[in-house]
Ligand binder design. Structure first.
Ligand code: PEP
Ligand code: MG
Length: 934
C-alpha cells in the first residue's frame, strides 16, 4: 500500500527537511523540528502526491489515504493522551495547507477542528476555563463556516461586532463566556439560514471536510493567480498538515506569534517579529489587535521567551540560514508550529549571506547562490521608506517597469518637467505614453508613470538605461487634459504630489518619503565607500562573484556618463555603443537631418565632415572612461526616418506657418516642405526590414567611412596619450558574407589611411552582430570576414519568431495567460528556438575561426536566466545596460557555480537555490527607444 500519510511526534518523524516536494514546506519543517527534539505538537502530513491523486481521481481520496490518516490520528491521540471527539478529554486539531513553495495566505487553514457541543463542555471542564472553550468554539464555527461551508466571513464578523457593541466591549477579549456562548448559538443559526444545513457535530466528518477544503484551496482563485505570477506549476499540489491544537488563547500566560531569526528587511542579526498574548494565530494576521514586538515577550513571559531564543538559535544553526518561525505559547510552554527559510529583501539577502560567510556557516559559493540577481537592484535604486509605504494604500497599479521609488510633483508635459526641475522640484512625469520627443522631460523627472505601454515600452526601456523609476501601463491613469489627470478615484492637477513604486507597480497619492541608494552615491563619489556599509556589502558580494564567473560582463553605453557608471559597477568594457544616439543631441540633429536630406554623395560628405569631429570626440570620451578595456562600436543602424520629424507634425507646422502673417514664418515654408517631401520619400512600410543596418553603410558608404575614421582617429589620439585601445568595429544586421566583406573592406581602407596619416599603428577588429537567421545559418562563411560575433538578440528574437519587437507586447501577455508562451521571449532568451539559432551560429563560426570572440548585446545580456544560458553556450561576454552590470556579474557567477554545484548540507535541507528559482522579472527591450534620443 502506498504511503500517503507521514506522522511526527514524540521526538521522531517519518519525514525530514529534504522531503519538501512530498510533504510541502510546512510538513517538512514540522518533521525536521520534531527530529531535532524541538517542542512541536504531534501531528501528521497528508502528502502532496495524495492531493495530486485526489484531483486525478475526480476529487476522491486515493485508496488507503483516509485509513492511514485515521491511524495517524490515533497516534496523535496517544501522544497527547487525549481523544478526538472524547467529551471528557477532547483532542482538537488544526488542518493547514502547505505546498512545496511558500504561497503565503493563498490557501486555507482551519483551526480547532473537533469541537462539538459535547467536546466544548469537556474542554471547559478540563481547562477550568469556560471562556476559553466558548472562544475557541465561536472561532471554529466562523472559520469552518467560511472556509469549508462557503459563507462570507463578514457575516460572522458582523455578529461579533454587534455583540461587542451590545456588551460595551472594546476588544474580543472583553467578551465573557456567556457572551461567547451566545455568539456560538447565533453563528450556528447563521450557518443553518445561509446553507440550509446544520453545522456538523461529528468530529471525523469535520476533519474530512476540512481536508477536502484544503485540497480544494489549491485551485482557489488566489492560489491559481499566485502560481501564475510565480511560475509555480499546478501539478505540484498541496500537502495537508493535521496537528494537535495548542492554545494561545488560554489566558495571559498564553500567546502566539511569528518571528524571523534575523531582520528580513535589513538582514540585521537579531530576532525580529510580532506576538499577541491571549490570542490565536488568526488574530495576528487579521490585524484586529496591534501586535507587540516579539522582544516584549522577554518581560511578559520570560521563560517562554528564553526558550524561543534558544530554539531559534538551534534552528538557524541547523538550517544555516535566516528562518521564518511561527509559535504558540500555551500556559507558559512554547510550541513551534512552523519553520522555513525566510523571505527577505535584496538588502537583507546580501547582508545575511555576507554575515553567514563571515561566521563560517556557509561558503562563498553558497552565499552567492542564495541571492537572487534581481535582488541586487534594490541596492541601486532609491526606495520608499518601508514604514511610510506600509501606511499607504495604492490608488493604481501598473507594471513594475523601472525599479525603485520616486516621489514628487506631477508634470504632465516634458517641457514642464524640465521647468519644474529647474526650479528645484522633484518631478514625476505622468503621460498617456512616452515617445522619444519626451526625452528631455524624462531626463528631468525622477520617474515616469504611463497609462499605456508594456514592459517593452519606450518609458520602460528609457527608465532602465537612465536608472529612473517607471510604472508603465497603469490602467487607473487617465490624462484628462494638459493640466489634469485622474488616477483611480482621485483627480490631480499638475504640481500635486504623487509617489510611484517601480518595483511593485503601486501608485500612491502624496509625497511618500524616499531613501536614496548609497551605492550610487559612492559610484558618483558623493560618498566614500568607507562611509557606506551597504556599498561595502554590495561590493564584497560582487567581488566574490568575480572569483567564480568565467563570463566577462560588459556594458551597453553610448556616452561617457553611462560608461562611467558602467565602470563603477564593474563593467569590463563596452559591448555595444549605439552610435546613432550620438546624433540626437541638440547640436547634431540639424546636421544629421541635412545629411539625410542631401541628394548626392558629395553633399552628404559635406555634412558628414561636420559630424566627424563630434563623433570622434564622443569616442575619445568613451575610450577614456574605459581605460583600456575593449570598446565595441556599432556603425549606424536605424532607418533614417527616425532622425527626421514626424510627417504629421511637419504638416501641422507648415499649415501654421502658412497662416502666419510674419514674413520670417513664410520664408521657412519651402525648407519645411522640402523636409516633408524627403520624409515621405523615406517612408517605408516595414522599416524594421527596410533600409537599415549594414544596408545603410553599403548604399551610403560615406557614412561608414566617416564613422570608421572617427573610431580610428580617436584611438590614435588615445594611443598618443599612452592608452592602448583595440577598437572593435561592429557591422549591424549582416545577413550575407558579401555584405560583411563590402563593409569590412571599406573600414580597412579608411583605418589604414587614418593610421598612416597619424603615424600610429594600432590593432582593431571588425566583426558583426548576429541578428538574422541567415547570418546564423551562414556563420561559417561570415566568419571568413568577421573577427567577432555579438548576438543582437533583440533583433534575432524578432526575426526568429517573426514577432515585431515594437508590437509583440500587444499579444505576449495574452499568450502567457493562455500558456502559449511561458515567458516574454524579448525579456528571457528563448533557449529552444533563438538559442538553437545561436548554437548553430557558434558552431559554424568556430569551424572557420575556432577562437572567434563571442558576445551578446541584446537586452537579454542583463537577464539572469539568459546570462546562465550564455554561460552554457560558452560566450566570452554578456553586455547589458549599465545598471544591470552587477546583476549580470552575479548571474554569471551563479551560472558557473550551478555548472559545478557546491557539495553540502544545502541539498539536505531542501533549499530552493537561485538556480532553481524561476527567471526573474525581465529586462525590457524595445526597438524604438534603442534607436532614439535617450
Ligand atoms: C539587438 O538587436 O539585439 C541589438 C542589440 O541592437 P538594437 O537593439 O539596437 O537593434
Ligand atoms: Mg539590432
Amino acid at each position: 500500500m502506498k504511503k500517503w500519510v507521514y506522522y511526527f511526534g514524540d521526538g521522531k518523524a517519518e519525514g525530514a527537511a529534504g522531503m519538501k516536494e512530498l510533504l510541502g514546506g510546512k510538513g517538512a519543517g514540522l518533521a525536521e523540528m520534531t527530529n531535532l527534539k524541538i517542542s512541536v505538537p504531534p501531528g501528521f502530513t497528508i502528502s502532496t502526491e495524495a492531493c495530486v491523486e485526489y484531483y486525478r481521481r475526480g476529487k476522491t481520496y486515493p485508496p488507503g489515504m483516509w485509513e492511514q490518516a485515521l491511524q495517524a490520528l490515533k497516534r496523535v491521540e496517544k501522544s497527547m493522551g487525549m481523544g478526538f471527539g472524547d467529551p471528557a478529554n477532547p483532542l482538537l486539531v488544526s488542518v493547514r495547507s502547505g505546498a512545496r513553495a511558500s504561497m503565503p495566505g493563498m490557501m486555507d487553514t482551519v483551526l480547532n477542528v473537533g469541537l462539538t457541543p459535547r467536546t466544548v463542555e469537556g474542554l471547559a471542564a478540563k481547562t477550568k476555563n469556560d471562556r476559553f472553550a466558548q472562544d475557541s468554539y465561536r472561532r471554529f464555527i466562523a472559520m469552518y463556516g467560511s472556509i469549508v461551508m462557503g459563507l462570507e466571513r463578514e457575516h460572522f464578523e458582523h455578529l461579533l461586532k454587534r455583540k461587542k457593541q451590545e456588551m460595551g466591549a472594546v476588544h474580543d477579549t472583553d467578551l465573557d463566556a456567556k457572551a461567547l456562548a451566545d455568539l456560538v448559538v447565533q453563528f450556528k443559526a447563521l450557518v443553518k439560514k445561509e446553507t440550509g444545513q446544520d453545522f456538523p457535530d461529528d468530529p471525523v466528518m469535520q476533519l474530512r471536510l476540512a481536508v477536502n477544503a484544503v485540497f480544494s484551496s489549491w485551485y482557489g482563485a488566489r492560489a491559481v493567480t499566485y502560481r501564475k505570477l510565480y511560475n509555480i506549476p499546478d501539478t505540484w499540489g498541496t500537502a495537508v498538515n493535521i496537528v494537535a491544537m495548542v492554545f494561545g488563547n488560554m489566558g495571559e500566560t498564553s500567546g502566539t506569534g511569528v518571528a524571523f531569526t534575523r531582520n528580513p528587511a535589513t538582514g540585521e542579526a537579531s530576532l525580529f517579529g510580532e506576538c499577541l498574548l491571549n490570542a490565536q494565530g488568526e488574530d495576528v494576521v487579521a490585524g484586529i489587535r496591534t501586535p507587540l514586538p516579539v522582544k516584549a515577550l522577554g518581560e511578559a513571559l520570560p521563560q517562554a521567551y528564553k526558550e524561543l531564543v534558544k530554539t531559534q538559535r538551534i534552528l538557524e544553526n541547523h538550517y544555516r540560514d535566516m528562518l521564518d518561525l511561527e509559535f504558540t505559547i500555551q500556559e507558559g510552554k512554547l510550541y513551534m508550529l512552523q519553520t522555513r527559510v525566510g523571505k527577505r529583501t535584496g538588502i537583507a539577502a546580501v547582508r545575511i549571506a555576507a554575515d553567514l560567510v563571515k561566521a563560517k556557516v556557509i561558503d562563498k559559493k553558497e552565499a552567492l547562490s542564495r541571492i537572487g540577481p534581481e535582488q541586487l537592484a534594490q541596492y541601486l535604486y532609491p526606495i520608499f521608506d518601508p514604514a511610510a509605504e506600509a501606511k499607504q494604500s495604492a490608488i493604481g497599479k501598473g507594471l513594475p517597469a523601472g525599479p525603485g521609488a520616486a516621489a514628487g510633483k506631477i508634470a504632465l508635459h516634458p517641457d514642464r518637467a524640465v521647468a519644474m526641475q529647474a526650479k528645484g522640484e522633484r518631478v514625476v512625469l505622468v503621460r498617456q505614453e512616452t515617445s522619444p520627443d519626451d526625452i528631455h522631460g524624462m531626463n528631468a523627472a525622477l520617474g515616469f508613470l504611463t497609462a499605456r505601454g508594456g514592459m517593452t515600452s519606450h518609458a520602460a526601456v528609457v527608465a532602465r538605461q537612465m536608472g529612473k523609476v517607471c510604472v508603465a501601463g497603469c490602467d487607473a491613469v487617465e490624462v484628462l487634459d494638459g493640466t489634469t489627470v485622474k488616477i483611480g478615484p482621485q483627480t490631480f492637477r499638475e504640481g500635486d504630489s504623487l509617489s510611484i513604486n517601480g518595483s511593485t507597480g503601486s501608485v500612491y497619492a502624496g509625497d511618500v518619503p524616499v531613501v536614496e541608494s548609497e551605492v550610487i552615491q559612492v559610484i558618483q563619489k558623493k560618498l566614500t565607500s568607507a562611509q557606506s556599509e551597504k556599498y561595502q556589502l554590495f561590493a564584497t558580494v560582487l567581488k566574490w562573484a568575480d572569483e567564480f564567473r568565467t563570463l566577462k560582463v560588459r556594458s551597453n553605453a553610448d556616452i561617457p556618463e553611462q560608461a562611467n557608471i558602467a565602470r563603477g559597477f564593474g563593467a569590463e568594457g563596452i559591448g555595444l555603443c549605439r552610435t546613432e544616439h550620438m546624433f540626437f543631441a541638440d547640436d547634431r540633429i540639424p546636421i544629421m537631418q541635412q545629411m539625410i536630406l542631401a541628394r548626392t554623395s558629395e553633399e552628404r560628405e559635406k555634412f558628414l565632415a561636420q559630424l566627424l569631429p563630434l563623433q570622434k570626440q564622443d569616442f575619445v570620451g568613451l575610450y577614456r572612461e574605459m581605460k583600456g578595456f575593449p570598446v565595441t562600436i556599432r556603425l549606424l543602424d536605424p532607418p533614417l526616418h527616425e532622425f527626421l520629424p514626424k510627417r504629421e507634425d511637419l504638416m501641422v507646422e507648415i499649415a501654421r506657418l502658412e497662416l502666419s502673417d510674419k514674413p520670417e514664418d513664410k520664408a521657412r515654408i519651402p525648407e519645411k516642405q522640402r523636409l516633408l517631401a524627403r520624409v515621405e520619400e523615406l517612408h517605408e512600410f516595414n522599416p524594421m526590414l527596410g533600409l537599415r543596418g549594414c544596408r545603410l553603410g553599403i548604399t551610403m558608404p560615406e557614412i561608414t567611412r566617416m564613422q570608421a575614421r572617427a573610431i580610428v582617429e580617436a584611438a590614435c589620439d588615445l594611443a598618443r596619450e599612452g592608452t592602448k585601445i583595440v577598437p572593435e568595429i561592429m557591422i549591424p544586421l549582416v545577413g550575407m558574407v558579401s555584405e560583411m566583406k563590402a563593409q569590412k573592406d571599406l573600414i580597412k581602407e579608411v583605418a589604414e589611411e587614418t593610421m598612416k596619416a597619424r603615424g600610429v599603428k594600432l590593432s582593431y577588429l571588425v566583426g558583426t552582430m548576429i541578428e538574422l537567421p541567415r547570418a546564423a545559418v551562414t556563420a561559417r562563411r561570415i566568419a571568413e570576414e568577421a573577427e567577432f560575433f555579438s548576438f543582437g538578440t533583440n533583433d534575432l528574437t524578432q526575426t526568429t519568431y517573426g514577432f515585431s519587437r515594437d508590437d509583440a507586447s500587444k499579444f505576449v501577455g495574452f499568450y502567457k495567460d493562455k500558456n502559449i508562451l511561458e515567458t516574454d521571449p524579448f525579456a528571457v532568451l528563448d533557449r529552444e528556438g533563438v538559442g538553437a539559432v545561436m548554437k548553430m551560429a557558434i558552431a559554424e563560426g568556430r569551424v572557420t575561426r575556432p577562437d572567434i570572440k563571442l558576445g551578446i548585446c541584446g537586452e537579454h545580456g542583463g537577464e539572469p536566466s539568459s546570462v546562465e544560458f550564455c554561460h552554457q553556450l560558452g560566450l566570452n561576454y554578456v553586455s547589458c545596460s549599465p545598471y544591470r552590470v552587477p546583476i549580470a556579474r552575479l548571474a554569471a557567477a551563479q551560472a558557473a557555480i550551478a555548472a559545478d554545484p557546491p557539495e553540502g548540507k544545502a541539498a539536505k535541507t531542501g533549499r530552493v537555490t537561485a538556480r532553481t528559482r524561476r527567471p526573474t522579472r525581465p529586462a525590457k527591450p524595445s526597438r524604438k527607444p534603442a534607436r532614439r534620443r535617450r
